[in-house]
Design a protein around this ligand. Structure first.
Ligand SMILES: [Mg+2]
Length: 115
């Protein structure tokens, strides 16, 4: 929790020193989140996972997280609480006894009648 707040403050300081808040609308932050996720995917494009440059993977992952922190800050979300809530929802949606070792999405498993 304290780490998330510390990192959010650092991201806000970086943003505000550059007077970029006016560009960081929720719409643009959501778009940037997708773009940065695309840059993360690009690290792996046309190669096996183990061939990706781990340093670059980390840099792009950090871009994703910074953008997510800024978007969460805009909505005054408690990011730790959101993640905990979502993990609980996922645990209910994907119970261990039915999904352990299976790579099916919840709706695919339901459609197959297997779970
Ligand atoms: Mg990037």
């Amino acid at each position: 929790m304290e780490e998330i707040e510390r990192l959010t403050r650092a991201a806000l300081k970086f943003r505000d020193e550059r007077d970029w808040a006016r560009f960081h609308t929720p719409k643009d932050l959501a778009a940037n989140l997708s773009i940065e996720a695309g840059e993360l995917q690009e690290c792996f494009l046309w190669k096996a996972s183990e061939e990706a440059d781990a340093e670059r993977v980390g840099e792009e992952l950090a871009d994703v997280v910074v953008t997510a922190l800024l978007l969460a800050h805009h909505y005054r979300f408690d990011l730790a609480a959101l993640v905990e809530k979502k993990l609980a929802q996922n645990a209910a949606k994907y119970p261990v006894d039915r999904f352990k070792g299976k790579n099916l999405k919840w709706d695919d498993a339901r459609a197959a009648g297997g779970t």
